[in-house]
Design a protein around this ligand. Sequence first.
Ligand SMILES: Cc1cc2nc3c(=O)[nH]c(=O)nc-3n(C[C@H](O)[C@H](O)[C@H](O)COP(=O)(O)OP(=O)(O)OC[C@H]3O[C@@H](n4cnc5c(N)ncnc54)[C@H](O)[C@@H]3O)c2cc1C
Length: 429
Amino acid sequence: MEGVTLEIKENRFIKDFISEQDQMFIEMVRGFVDEVIMPIRREIEQSGRSDFKLIEDLQRKLIPLGFLSGFLPEEHGGMGIDSALTISILAEEFARGDASFFCSVAGGWWGMRPAIFAENKAVLDEFAPRFLGEDLYVACFAMTEPSGGCNIENMDMHGLGIKTRARLDGDEWVINGSKVWPTNSGIADLYLVVCNTDPDLGDDGIAMIYVPAPIDGFSFGRFEDKAGFRASREGDFYFDNVRVPREYRVAGPGRDAELLHDNIVFARIFSSAWAVGIAQGAFDEVLAFTRDKLAAGKPIRQHTIAAGMLADMAIGIQVGRDAYVNAAYLYDHPEIYGPRHSKQMLSRASIAKVFCCDMAVAATNRAMELMGSYGYVTDYHVEKYWRDVKIIQLWEGGAQLGRLDVARGIYDYDQFHRNEIYEKLHLKK
Ligand SMILES: Cc1cc2nc3c(=O)[nH]c(=O)nc-3n(C[C@H](O)[C@H](O)[C@H](O)COP(=O)(O)OP(=O)(O)OC[C@H]3O[C@@H](n4cnc5c(N)ncnc54)[C@H](O)[C@@H]3O)c2cc1C
């Protein structure tokens, strides 16, 4: 790869923001991606279309490195990696290789954060040790429902979009409802389920409850067949009077809603990093290809029109990286920048996500253009990055709710804003 790039990879991030321990962890993951994932990207995709054996074997390789439990607090046997910045940089590194591979292992990180922030001792005492075992133990954050993912993420809905019900019966929660799309559906050992106890209570009705699997009344549908993101599995599942202990609720009325919004903010930040990583992966491919392939007698990248396109890609990737690093830093310092679940923080995270996803979708598209038909075949992986990146733009609020959430942090934007004229027209009907 000599001569492909002059860029000093270590200088992509301002290292002062990251602890020495986290820096070592990032370097370990970078090495794992370069040495283990990159050479077998096609095989990983093929495994995702068949028996998943290769993918699970690769995930097992992460166990001794502490990757599947690193997010747990040290007193629960983990490495205490709780920095959104560190986790986002890891997401970028993994996405250079295969974003969906990281999506599956990140289920634990995403699903357990609310219990960690809430310091829910019952949940941590019960489930944290299981992440420390010798075999895979994965979690799932189950939010999306058939009636729409955005209806749950939309702060202005105050929980009204959540149809999955949780009712307290003695010392147990009884859960009824269904979820669609969560990563690790059907294979996770532990599910964090977003429920509503009473839609009339607004945010106080929002309850996040841990459900271990298998358990009576909990059943699964089929895995989805997707355009990309093949190393992770998504599907639907159903709760029919599923009973769990009352202490499996994350925190309580009000605090659960805050922690749900916090988890959405966090996911938007690391989704931005994911998009940057995919764009970087495609960029690395196209940079090498256009150095080696000639057009009109000289390397494609020596044509001014190609240099301009490559420069635009590099600008987008670095500005996107700076955006997510900035948002993650703010998120990691609520004592200075305010609560993580605030509208302002959601807005900053959404700025990063909307920008990074639009940028990465365009960058993978441009990379393919510069490679001609070779961009469209599996040998060069650019078509994989192109297929993978689109879902990141669609999930976590999509490009539309993402923009509304940007506005929410800037002025008193209210989805259900009413005025006199509206009310008159409405009453006339
Ligand atoms: C590979 C993959 C992994 C996933 N992983 C998970 C997971 O781990 N956990 C989980 O819970 N879910 C997961 N999802 C689901 C995903 O987060 C949702 O699909 C996403 O949030 C969008 O929801 P939806 O598809 O129901 O679309 P909808 O919510 O129906 O939105 C459809 C369109 O309407 C727009 N829209 C929605 N509301 C508004 C509004 N108020 N104003 C204006 N426009 C609006 C949206 O932006 C979008 O353009 C995953 C999906 C995939 C494909």
